[in-house]
Every structure is written in structure tokens, then in C-alpha cells.
Design a protein around this ligand. Sequence first.
Ligand SMILES: Nc1ncnc2c1ncn2[C@@H]1O[C@H](COP(=O)(O)OP(=O)(O)O)[C@@H](O)[C@H]1O
Ligand SMILES: [Mg+2]
Length: 381
Amino acid sequence: MNAVDELRERLGQVLDPELGASIVELGMVGDVAIDEGGHAVVHVALTTSGCPLRAQIERDVREAALSIESVKSVELAMGVMDPAAKAALMQRARTIAQTRAPLTTIPYQTPVLMIASGKGGVGKSSVTANLAVALAQQGHAVGVLDADIWGFSLSRLLGIEGEVKARDGKMQPIEREFGEGSIKLLSMGLLADEDQALLWRGLIVQKAVAQFIEDADWSGIQYLLIDTPPGTGDIAMTLARLLPQMGQIVVTTPTRAAQRVAARAADFARKSNIRVLGVIENMSPLRCSCGETHALFGEGGGHELSNELGVPLLCEIPLGHEIAAGGDSGEPAVLLEGEHGTFTTLARKIVRDVAPPAGAQGCTARMLDSLERAVENSQPS
Ligand SMILES: Nc1ncnc2c1ncn2[C@@H]1O[C@H](COP(=O)(O)OP(=O)(O)O)[C@@H](O)[C@H]1O
Ligand SMILES: [Mg+2]
């Protein structure tokens, strides 16, 4: 395959974030060229120039192009579709939506955030639990999937107990209300005794994760957070296949060693076409009330990693006994923090900048409706 064909193929994996279809399929990609020096030029036509998803589409196209060995630099020529092209896109989007049966109860527009690190003990599960509660407190219906099949911990961390039952052939996650919102959880912890040894092997683990997505009733959620075990290559791929909108948030501690391992996890994500949305530094230096700073796990790793990956550092979570204590009691630390607390601020940032809930974004999907109405109105009766 020559480089241009390869580039088109990679671009075929870039999805319009709202329509859930490939930008190539939708007819948004125009001319594509690569010169001898490895400089690629890609023409992309958006439905509207002020598209709020433009930055994401640009970033994904750039990443897809740079993932090809021979491409050294990328130039994006962004254009806007004329009404005829928009109408054609609308038609294609409808056909795609109709012919593609959903694999899950999770609509494509629902943001899915996978919390990953490459290494255990950096605080992925604590971050997942506290972020989920913060999002719920801000009024969202949050799904939490504990994909750590062996080392499940979310039922304990979130204080959610019960036995998962099936209704209409689908597992029903167990729900707990937090403030204005709620959390729906699925975890091995709700299926098996916490002490029970699980004799599960790699393949079965992947199957279990797939079942938690395909055979579960996640309807009604506005966010899905997925906590992962360390070294999650295979599971990440299973998840990405079922939930192509999934983005990854990388958790690291400030130390250099943890940062290297986290960088590998991010690298793997990119190779599997999973977007990396940001970095969270956990176990950051503790600022004691006596005025001293204790950097037990070093300093600056989160900043360095986010620079290296070219993604935002979403927050720095200092070491604090509240997190561990909250985990033991099933009352996550976020419940005790104020409006300006770490997790509350992080949740606001996620909603505003990183992954707005469905309906709050809107360029293509919402536009399709208004376009359709305009087209209907313009039809001679
Ligand atoms: N910021 C923090 N301050 C203090 N303890 C923390 C912090 N984050 C996590 N912990 C503790 O560290 C341990 C490992 O955290 P956990 O969330 O289970 O990590 P992972 O899921 O990455 O293995 C837990 O005992 C947890 O309570
Ligand atoms: Mg964990």
C-alpha cells in the first residue's frame, strides 16, 4: 500500500465525535497528499466553521497522519461544506446510523473516560471513585465500570453493595445517589465475594469486560468512567472496539519512574487509536499546615508527562489521609471537600473542557436536525 492509501485508511478511523461515523465515510475528507519530504496535506471540510469539535477533529487527523512512518509533518486545510455537501453528509449519516446496530446501550455521544496508568498503586481507582462522585454531585448520571476484574475495588470505594440481577437479559448495575446525581456501578465485587479467589485467565477477563459493556443496561447514564487494572493493553483494545468514543486519562505519581510507565500506557493508547485526553498527577507534594512541603513521591512528573504527550495536566492531587480513609469507609474524600476542592474542580473541568456531556457540544448532530427541517421546509408542497 502506498503512503497516501495508508493515510486514507488511517483517516478512516477518525470519527466525527458526534455522529460516530468516520470522517472519510461521511465525506468530510477531500484531497490528501504526501510530498517526498514526508509533508502531508489533508483537506477536511467541516459542517460549520465554528464547530466546537473542530479542535478534536484537527487533533485526531494530525495524530492519524503522524502515526504513519513516512509522514514527518502535517498541514490541515480546513474548509466548510456548502449546503449541497451538508445535505449529502446528512443523508450518509442517517444511512450509517440506521445500518449500524448498536453493540451497547451506551449512545455514541456519551463520553467514556478510561482511567489508566500502566502501573498499580498510583491511585487510579481512588481517582475514578472520587471523580465519579464529583460528577454525580454536579447533577450527572454516572456509570462506573470496574474493569479491574482481579483487583476490583470500586464497590468498596464507593460504598455500593448489592447483588447484580438481570432484567430482560441485561445485567442491572447497582445504583447509589450522590447529591443531585447518581452512580451506577458494575464490578466483579458485586458478583463475587471480595475474598473469593478468581480463577480467571486472560481471555476470560477480556470476555468479562466485554460482557459488562454488551450485556449490561447502562441506559440513562451521561458519563461512563472505566477503572482499569495496570498493564491494560488487551482490555483497552476490547473496550475501544465496543466504545469507539472512549478517551484515556493517564494517572501518574510525580516520580520519574511512574511517569515513564505512564508514558508507555499513553503511547500504547495512541497506537490503538485511543485518544489521550489529559494527565492527572496523584500523590503530589503535601503542603502541611506548618508551612512545609513534603514531596514524598518527588515533584513535577505530571507536568513533564503532559508536556511530553501534548495534553493538558488536568489536576494535581496532593497526598492526604482523607483519600485512603474515604476508601476504607466507602464515603469518598470528595464528599468532605468544598466547592473548590480538588475533585470538584476536576469534574467541572471535565464537563467544561475535556468531555462535555451529550447535547452540550453540538455542531453536527444538532445541526443535522435543523438542516433536515430546513430541507423539509424548502420542499415544494
Ligand atoms: N492522594 C493520595 N493520598 C494518599 N493516599 C492515596 C492517594 N491516592 C491513593 N491513595 C492510596 O493509595 C493506595 C493505592 O490507590 P489505588 O486507588 O488503589 O491505586 P490503583 O488503583 O492505581 O492501584 C490506596 O490505599 C489509596 O487509598
Ligand atoms: Mg485499582
